[in-house]
Each structure stands twice: as C-alpha cells, then as structure tokens.
Design a binder for this molecule. Structure first.
Ligand SMILES: [Zn+2]
Length: 501
C-alpha cells in the first residue's frame, strides 16, 4: 500500500472561477481525497492544506504545497491525491518541480485526481498533465482579468475600496475623528516645515497604529508617509491594477489616480479629511523634500541647528556650520553646541560662537518683529498694479485650463500633451497664487498669522522655526569678538547683524 499525501486548496480568485470554493469546498475536496485513496488502495499520511492562496499568483508562497514537495522528495510520501490537478498546480513551473521528483524517484509513485490519473514517470502522462496545467493557467489569467475589469469599473464610479479600512476612517465611508485630527495636525505642521520623522516620533509616542500595524507595535515611518499622502484623504480614488501590485509590493497610489475623460480626478463617495488643495500641497511639499535630498538622504547625519546656514561669517560671508563642544568642558555644559566658520566649506575659519545665546537673540528679535506685525495693520495697497496684473494672469490661467480640458475632450490633445500642459499651467498658477498672497493687503489675516506664530512658537520644531526665520530674515551676520579674542562669557549683540528680507 502506497503512502500518499492529500492536497486541498481554496483561493480567493476561485470564487469567481468556479463554485467549489469556501469552507464547504475544502471539505468536499477532503472527501474526494479519501474516496480516491480507497479506490487506489492508498494510505493518506497527511492532508496538506492552503487556505485563501492562489496557485496562479506568482508571489504567493503556498506553505502546504512547499511542505508537500519536501515530503515527496524525502520519501515521507510516495504520491499526491487531489480533487483536480488545478488545485495542485496552475503555474507550469510548479508542475515541473513535481515532475522532476517523479522522474528521479526510484520507487512506485502515484499522482491521482478525481478527473483521472497522470503517470508522471511516463512521457505520455507528463504530456497530459502539462496540457491541463497550461489550460488551467489560461483560465486563471482570464478570471484575473475579469476581476480587474470589474474593480476598475468600481473605481471609475468612485466606489470605496473593499477590504481593510484605511487610516483615518472607521469603515469604508465614515471618518474616525481621532485619526482625522492627527492627520490634519500633521498636515499643517509639515507644511510649516516639520519633518516627517518628527511626526512619526510623535505618533509612536502616542501609540498610534494603522490597520496594517502588526500586533504590539506602533505605526512605522513609511506608513506615516503613506497615510499622509493617501489620495483618499481628499476623496480622490486611486486604482492600482492587481498585476502591478503583485509585481512591486507597496505602490504609490498618488501615481494611480483614476481620471475622468476630461482629465479631472474621480472623487469617491466617502467622507473626506483634507480638501483637494490641502492634499496636493502636502504631497508637493513631501515630494519636494525627496527631490532636493533634504530629510533622510545625503547629509542626514549632520544635525541642522537653528542657525546653520542662516548665520554667516562677517569676515568671509560663508554660512556657518555647527559643532558640539567637547564633553566634560564648561562650554559643553553651558552651551552644548557652537557655530563656526568652517574651512572645509570654503570659509576663513576664524570665527566661532556659542550657539544658544545667538539663537535666543535672533528668536527674540524675530518674535518682536512678528508681534509688531500682528499689532500694526498693514497699510492697504488696493491699486497695486502688480497685484492687478497677477490676478489677471490667474484668471487667464484658469481660462487656459478650461480650454485645455475642452481640447482634450475633443481629442485634439493627446493624453500626454494634456498632462504636460495642465502641469505647466498648475505650476504657473501656484507661483502666481503665492505672488498674489504676498501682495494682497489682508491686514487682518496677516496680523492673525503673525499672532498665531508668536503664540505657538514654543511648540515649533527646529525645522519649523528655520522655515519661519528664513521667511523674514535673509541672514544673520556674526562678527569676530575683536582684539580681545574671547567673549569672556558676555554676550555682545552689537557683533550680530540681522539682515531682513
Ligand atoms: Zn569666515
């Protein structure tokens, strides 16, 4: 009596493929295996089972199948019984692995299904098995295409994704207020210059988890990036084809927005957390950091201090670098770090100044300036010709965008040309909007913004402060302490000159 293994499997794709799937199908497959064993006079040593895994998808590792291969090779079992050959192998290469074992085995082997027996030790048996698996493979590809078509259709209608909820929502439609608040806070702060790693630290400290976070852990850095760039936040619907997802694992949904025929994004039927403009602004900000190599890339081992690159050497004009005082020294205890003109950066190397006093001084001056701005309502400049011109340009850009969409709808522009044109117009629009914003005399709002910065200054990270400083200050020029050489512990503001923008 031959000792065999039974193989049973249900797949997710199979649901549309045949009616045998689900728990019930699994039981039926088991029954088939035992019936087969009786009729072939075999013994079933073990049932190898794979649940919800497809034999067709290449990236899926089937644990039961792999164990069965091992047992077959080592002689623990001398054959396989299954409901159908397509349960066992849908990829020709899986079958070839089995064939190798059968060909090399120097013992009686069996490979039987309810649909028939394949003698894999003979040319004829292998031929039939190969034909059958090739056909099953083709059917699976068709079924996958059918599923893909259906999913794309759902996406185009703006239907929410099925499956696991996204971070920010309780289910496929309703916002989770706590997570939404976290996302909005992070968005505002990142726009103000906060680093994503700082957001991540904060969330980890709060014990934030995403639906994908493994048990007992907190959200990872790349997940923070992912959930903040999720197009779903502003209602945009992304669709990533199954084969793309399988080939490359985690894919950037921002590159897979579903568009209407006029090139505008399809919006979904769920509650949103950001406005489309807010989402776009955040994505642009994060992308621009990646492109300029800020953040985690080059130079990330060097801590950027508040004044690094903003403070300059009065003698040679070079942007100052920062360093740490040697441990155990008085200066180290008192100040921690210092700024210096670095020869390696092309500087004269003759200037060094303790960090915190300079920083406190510049911060105090800037906050004083902002407070003044908050109090003084900026004078109006209604007839500003530059502003009028900028507004006119904005209107023209809007008209150009409508025209481009019309040309696209009439097929007079290719999709590529259209995308290029829209991108060009949007870039121009962004620049113009900034210009209008700076020119517009909105005293109430400007004052309001300045007051808010003053109020929240202490909660700002170094990066946020740097961004705010560079908005108003061109440079902080620091002169040497002069003949005496040392500062003697006395801070001398007359050696610091602030150059306003
Ligand atoms: Zn210098």
């Amino acid at each position: 009596m031959l000792t065999t293994g039974g193989y049973v499997r249900i797949s997710d794709i199979g649901e549309l493929d045949d009616g045998r799937d689900g728990r019930e199908g699994l039981l039926r497959q088991r029954e088939d295996v035992f019936d087969l064993a009786k009729s072939k006079h075999c013994d079933v040593q073990r049932i190898y089972e794979d649940n919800d895994t497809s034999a067709y998808k290449r990236r899926v590792k089937r644990k039961g199948f792999e164990e069965m291969i091992l047992d077959l090779r080592s002689g623990v079992i001398s054959g396989i019984l299954a409901h159908n050959i397509d349960r066992i192998a849908r990829q020709p290469r899986d079958l070839e692995r089995l064939i190798d074992i059968y060909e090399q085995a120097r013992r009686p082997m069996v490979f039987a299904t309810t649909a028939g027996e394949y003698d894999l030790t003979t040319e004829d048996g292998r031929f039939h098995a190969r034909i059958y698996v090739t056909i099953a493979n083709k059917f699976s590809a068709d079924a996958a295409r059918r599923v893909a078509r259906q999913k794309l259709a759902e996406a185009t209608e703006g239907k929410p994704h099925k499956g696991r909820r996204a971070f920010g929502w309780k289910d496929s439609e309703h916002v989770d207020e706590v997570e939404a608040a976290l996302l909005n806070k992070a968005r505002r702060e990142v726009i103000l210059g906060k680093k994503l790693s700082a957001v991540h630290e904060e969330w980890a400290e709060l014990g934030v988890r995403s639906p994908q976070t493994p048990e007992g852990k907190t959200i990872g850095y790349s997940s923070v990036r992912y959930v903040l760039r999720n197009p779903r936040l502003c209602g945009y619907r992304a669709y990533i084809p199954q084969d793309v997802r399988e080939r490359s694992g985690r894919v950037d949904p921002v590159e897979y927005l579903v568009e209407r025929t006029d090139g505008t994004p399809v919006t979904g039927q769920w509650e949103t957390i950001f406005a489309p403009g807010e989402w776009q602004e955040l994505v642009d900000e994060l992308d621009s950091r990646k492109n300029t190599g800020r953040g985690r890339k080059k130079g990330s081992t060097v801590t950027k201090r508040l004044m690094t690159g903003i403070a300059r050497c009065a003698k040679c004009g070079t942007g100052l670098s920062s360093g740490m005082y040697a441990r155990g020294t008085t200066s180290s205890e008192k100040y921690g770090h210092y700024y210096y003109c670095r020869k390696a950066d092309g500087g004269c190397g003759s200037l060094s100044r303790s960090g915190p006093p300079v920083e406190e001084y510049v911060e105090a001056i800037l906050l004083g300036n902002l407070r003044q701005r908050a109090d003084n309502e900026a004078p109006a400049g209604k007839g500003d010709p530059e502003l009028i011109k900028a507004r006119e340009t904005l209107r023209q850009i809007e008209a150009d965008k409508i025209e481009a969409r019309r040309l696209r709808a009439d097929d007079e522009l290719s999709l590529a040309e259209f995308a290029r044109e829209i991108r060009r117009l949007e870039e121009k629009e962004r620049g113009m909007k900034e210009k209008v914003a700076t020119l517009t005399p909105t005293p109430a709002r400007a004052g309001h913004a300045a007051a808010r910065i003053v109020r929240e200054w202490d909660t700002y990270t170094v990066d946020m402060k740097r961004k705010e400083i560079t908005k108003s200050i061109e440079a902080v020029v620091i002169s040497g302490a002069g003949k005496g050489g040392t500062q003697n512990g006395v801070f001398r503001p007359e050696l610091i000159e602030i150059v306003w923008k």
